[in-house]
Write a protein of this length. Structure first.
Lengths: 205, 208, 280
């Protein structure tokens, strides 16, 4: 019963919400409203799970000599934000809490992702070679798209038109086919979940 | 910049350089900055969640507004925490069942509408003609069908199906090439923004 | 080992150095880069500029500092245009660091355009589970957000009087670097049918042209180039246009790398590579 009743709940709630879409009555709209509202509340209370996991793991790492310093840094950062965020007004610009957000969080997060520019340049040099017909097609298309940035006089006008055509015709067609496949797969997964065929979300006993 | 902003941006510039140092090799400065951001981000999200989500959607309705029906989803949210217990983790399945069921039920219709019906309509809805737009439409129809055939593995890719699926993979490669070209722009933009920040900070520091 | 063979196996840190130097050049001597506006960007500009003063637009700021380089310029340009046109703007975020982004932008631009919170713009705040939040917003903004980000009941905000859900706004502009774009398409436009436009990063932009063609989107601002185009249209030059000189140099260097590596590859007669051959 530890798995069967939840699976039954999934099936019943899923089927009801599927049918709700086709029932244009007031009580159907109320049902929809309450279901969304309640899921938001569940989500809000479930979110701290991840936070607790991270804190618990790093408190445990304080006992490990090699990890102690870095875990302490993480916990110090966490505590600094908690202690400076003890009022709702601390979420507004001008507070110490938001200054820590601006001067610590923004630069580090932004810079971590800026490293990708170096990695993509390195990948372009080391792996982007016309080894085959398919690789050549990919390379030529990428070339044309990248050339948009280089002002090359009359060639630029033609290049911009070509790239606009590439993006709105073949690129669009490729992505449409991929998205249609994804949409069908996602729909099939949702149906399988409601019918109880897909149960991986339950975890293991 | 005020002195406070100069100090704050100075710390930001130092942390930026700590992250950039990873390009040479992994080092304690990089690890320090990486762990610091994880802690700061978690702390920020914790307080945001508490003040704007928990307060507004749980505490205020139940305690101040007398909307006791919210006790039910609040209870379902709290029992999610039993996931941490090996003995009681099965209890959390009831919460999971509720939102997975609702989420799956509402998705079916909108997934089909967004990903399938509207896309099919757009593919075959424009009339094919001899003009530029009409020829483009023909190219789109053939390209979409070919790309779909490439992913259809229930029959062997030989004969006409083979030709179509070959054309399909060529179309897909054009899509990936376009994606790569745009990705380069995106990644470079991230780096440029940090360089502009460092430039502006140096100017502010030196210029006063 | 020949020079070309050495080039094939160069330490990647030399490549990093070359890119680093490439983006430093414009800091010493910058230059203007002509920006041509693409139709998909112009459509969003035209949509916003045709709105009358007092009409409502919904702006969803769903990104965090990792992608602010591309998305902040376009957000600032759109909000500048909206505030200059005396539109009422409702902000929301479904990204956990989005509130910080919105706070930075609104605090600066509201002061610049003399706009008052609650009367000219509202920031609803952040909620997790984007799909559910979008569907709840479509019923009534007060369902997921009974209070705004600052703790003020929505019903007590002058601007929100008579405004219930998406049918009361002229359109939604979603600015994102993640899968919230798909959620707005599926659960927003798919369920409620409101006009939707996207401001997205370069990485994602090639994946959304099919929705433009099908009419599910009325416009796309693709990455920092799109942001520069929008800034040019709006007449408020910002970081988007400032980035273009750097983009020219960096792209030139990367294109050069690709040409060099392919020349070396073919000149050394390499038919197979340790990095994968691919189908013929």
């Amino acid at each position: 019963m530890k798995r069967e009743i939840p699976i039954l709940l999934v099936g019943i709630s899923g089927f009801i919400m599927f049918l709700q879409y086709f029932v244009p009555t007031d009580w159907s709209e109320e049902l929809f409203k309450y279901s969304q509202d309640w899921v938001i509340v569940i989500g809000i209370l479930a979110m701290p799970l991840g936070i607790w996991s991270l804190i618990r793991a790093n408190v445990a790492k304080l006992k490990v000599p090699d990890e102690r310093f870095y875990s302490a840094v993480l916990l110090a950062g966490f505590l600094a934000m908690v202690l400076t965020g003890l009022s709702r007004q601390s979420l507004e610009m001008g507070s110490i809490h938001m200054d820590l957000f601006t001067y610590l969080l923004i630069p580090i997060q932004a810079t971590i992702f800026s490293l990708l520019a170096f990695f993509i340049a390195s990948a372009a040099y080391r792996a982007f070679r016309a080894r085959s017909v398919l690789a050549t097609i990919l390379l030529v298309t990428a070339f044309l798209v990248m050339l948009r940035f280089i002002p090359l006089g009359p060639f630029s006008t033609g290049n911009l038109s070509a790239v606009a055509w590439i993006l709105s015709v073949p690129n669009m067609a490729a992505n449409r086919a991929i998205m249609m496949g994804i949409g069908l797969g996602a729909t099939a997964t949702a149906i399988k979940i409601i019918l109880g065929i897909e149960r991986t979300y339950m975890g293991h006993d | 910049m005020t002195t406070y902003q100069l100090i704050g941006n100075g710390i930001a510039a130092f942390l930026t350089l700590c992250i950039f140092s990873f390009l040479y090799k992994d080092n304690p400065f990089y690890k320090f900055a990486e762990r610091l951001v994880a802690g700061v981000a978690t702390g920020y999200f914790t307080m945001l969640l508490f003040w704007t989500n928990f307060q507004d959607k749980v505490w205020q309705p139940i305690v101040h507004n007398g909307q006791y029906e919210y006790i039910i989803p609040a209870f379902l949210g709290v029992i999610m925490w039993t996931r941490f217990s090996k003995k009681w983790s099965w209890v959390s399945r009831y919460s999971i069942a509720f939102y997975i069921g609702i989420g799956s039920g509402v998705s079916i219709t909108v997934y089909l509408y967004t990903y399938l019906f509207k896309q099919l309509q757009a593919t075959i809805g424009v009339p094919i003609s001899l003009g530029f737009a009409g020829v483009n439409t023909l190219v789109i129809v053939v390209a979409v069908l070919s790309a779909l055939f490439y992913f259809f593995f229930s029959m062997p890719h030989t004969g006409v199906i083979g030709v179509l699926s070959r054309f399909g993979i060529y179309i897909i490669m054009i899509g990936f090439g376009a994606g790569f070209g745009l990705t380069v722009m995106g990644r470079v933009a991230l780096l440029v923004q940090r360089v502009i920040f460092l430039k502006n900070y140096v100017i502010a520091l030196v210029g006063g | 080992m020949t020079f070309l063979e050495k080039m094939m196996q160069i330490d990647r840190r030399w490549i990093y150095l070359a890119i680093g130097l490439a983006v430093i050049i414009p800091t010493i001597k910058s230059f203007n880069v002509p920006v041509t506006v693409s139709p998909e960007v112009r459509k969003i500009y035209d949509f916003v500029s045709k709105l009358k003063p007092g009409e409502y637009v919904f702006v969803c700021v769903d990104y965090d500092p990792t992608s602010m380089a591309e998305l902040n310029p376009m957000t600032i340009a759109i909000v500048n245009q909206a505030f200059a046109g005396d539109l009422k703007v409702i902000f929301v975020t479904l990204s956990q660091f989005g509130p910080g982004m919105v706070e930075q932008i609104t605090s600066e631009l509201a002061e610049k355009h003399h706009k008052t919170r609650g009367q000219d713009y509202v920031f609803l705040g952040y909620r997790p589970y984007p799909a559910i939040t979008i569907m709840a917003l479509g019923v009534d903004f007060r369902v997921p957000f009974p209070l705004d980000y600052y703790g003020t009941p929505l019903d007590s905000l002058p601007m929100m009087s008579g405004i219930k859900n998406f049918s009361d706004v002229k359109g939604v502009i979603e600015i994102t670097s993640g899968n919230t774009a798909d959620f707005w398409l599926i659960y927003g436009n798919g369920r409620y049918g409101f006009p939707l436009a996207l401001g997205i990063t370069g990485v994602m932009s090639s994946n959304y042209y099919q929705y433009l063609q099908s009419g599910q989107l009325f416009g796309i601002i693709p990455g920092v180039k799109g942001a520069a185009e929008y800034e040019r249209l709006v007449g408020f030059p910002g970081e988007g246009m400032e980035q273009m000189a750097y983009q020219v140099i960096a792209h030139s260097v990367i294109i050069l790398f690709i040409i060099l590596s392919n020349v070396a590859y073919f000149a050394t007669g390499r038919k197979k590579s340790g990095l994968g051959g691919g189908a013929r």
